[in-house]
Ligand binder design. Structure first.
Ligand SMILES: Cc1cc2nc3c(=O)[nH]c(=O)nc-3n(C[C@H](O)[C@H](O)[C@H](O)COP(=O)(O)OP(=O)(O)OC[C@H]3O[C@@H](n4cnc5c(N)ncnc54)[C@H](O)[C@@H]3O)c2cc1C
Length: 302
């Protein structure tokens, strides 16, 4: 982007919130890799989000909405365009009976803790998924038989002209890791219908889920969760292990010994090394089993 500083100053004068020039995305991804975004914007209100979106359309700049960066492999070159972070502008929480509207900027685990506090049950199995509510709706995050779409009543989205639309869940085509993926929509919130439950019992189920995750997943290491989707009739981790790739190291990127479908930044890895390792794994599994693994991680800036 030419004249980045000038672009940044112009946007800063139009909105309330942060506008950072050349922000390293490794600060915002769980792999801890990724080069700079030309502009990294944290609007502090919906109005500022709307102005930012309209401004990027007017300037013809590519836009990327970032959640907590826990499903992303951002290239070492970074992202040429504007990355928008909704953590400040989408923080609403409105409860009415068993229905709750949750802003997309909420960290999913914090939202689940709040649901437990309020005695609302249904999402315990998602405890431990480390992104935002918006990211979860985008990918239809799920675990242990529950998906975020299961209790969704409607989603609220903003289009790139800043208009807001409410869309009923039935009108959205959810599937396995297929969520609200319209590239022209910024997810503002989700409204969920849950069941009344006992706070202590909900918390206990969440604790058990977290224990199961800790047993199986390398949660203390830098990763982006499962690299590949579950291929029909198989488990990606079992295929990777069967292909002899569990623990395989490429530079500073490593196939986890604890869960072979996790790739780990073992310290100082480049995004390029992680991507190469992912390709090594994909071709190793294809050679051995003839199964073409499909990426669950999303590639940005390649
Ligand atoms: C240790 C670990 C365990 C994990 N376990 C699971 C699991 O059990 N199940 C599972 O499904 N996933 C899992 N994941 C992957 C990841 O946490 C989820 O996919 C999560 O939902 C991503 O949310 P995020 O906020 O980090 O999104 P990001 O990674 O920041 O973004 C992902 C995508 O969502 C889009 N997006 C984010 N917010 C919005 C918005 N408001 N509007 C429009 N688009 C948006 C982004 O543009 C991008 O395309 C795991 C990851 C880790 C690191």
């Amino acid at each position: 982007m030419a004249g980045l500083e000038a672009f940044g100053e112009e946007l800063k004068s139009l909105i309330s919130g942060k506008v950072i020039v050349r922000e390293p995305l490794e600060r915002h991804t769980s792999y801890r890799v990724g080069g700079p975004a030309d502009l990294y914007v944290v609007p502090s209100s919906r109005k500022s989000l709307k102005i930012t979106l309209k401004w990027t359309v007017e300037k013809r700049l590519p836009v990327f909405i970032i959640g907590k960066g826990t499903n992303l492999l951002v290239s070492d070159a970074g992202f040429r365009g504007v990355v928008i972070d909704l953590r400040k502008c989408c923080r609403n929480w409105i409860r009415s009976g068993n229905r709750v509207t949750i802003g997309s900027g909420w960290i999913l685990m914090k939202a689940l803790e709040q649901l437990a506090e309020e005695g609302l049950s249904g999402f315990e199995a998602l405890y431990g998924i480390p992104g935002t509510v918006g990211g979860a709706l985008h990918i239809n995050a799920g675990a242990f038989g529950t998906e975020i779409s299961d209790h969704l009543v409607e989603a609220e989205v903003m289009d790139l002209t800043g208009d807001v639309h409410k869309i009923e869940a039935d009108a959205l085509d959810f599937g396995y890791r297929r969520g609200i993926k319209n590239p022209g929509w910024v997810i503002l919130s989700g409204t969920f219908e849950l069941e009344k439950g006992c706070t202590e019992e909900i918390r206990e189920r969440m604790r058990q889920i977290l224990d199961r995750r800790r047993e199986k997943q390398p949660l203390s290491r830098a990763s982006a969760g499962s690299v590949f989707k579950r291929p029909p009739g198989h488990y990606a981790g079992a295929l990777i292990q069967g292909a002899g790739l569990k623990g395989f190291r490429h530079g500073n990127a490593l196939v986890s010994r604890k869960h072979a479908n996790f790739v780990i930044n073992a310290g100082g890895a480049k995004a390029g090394e992680i991507k190469e390792l992912i390709e090594i794994v994909r071709s190793g599994v294809f050679k051995k089993y003839g199964v073409a693994l499909d990426l669950e991680n999303e590639l940005i800036g390649w």
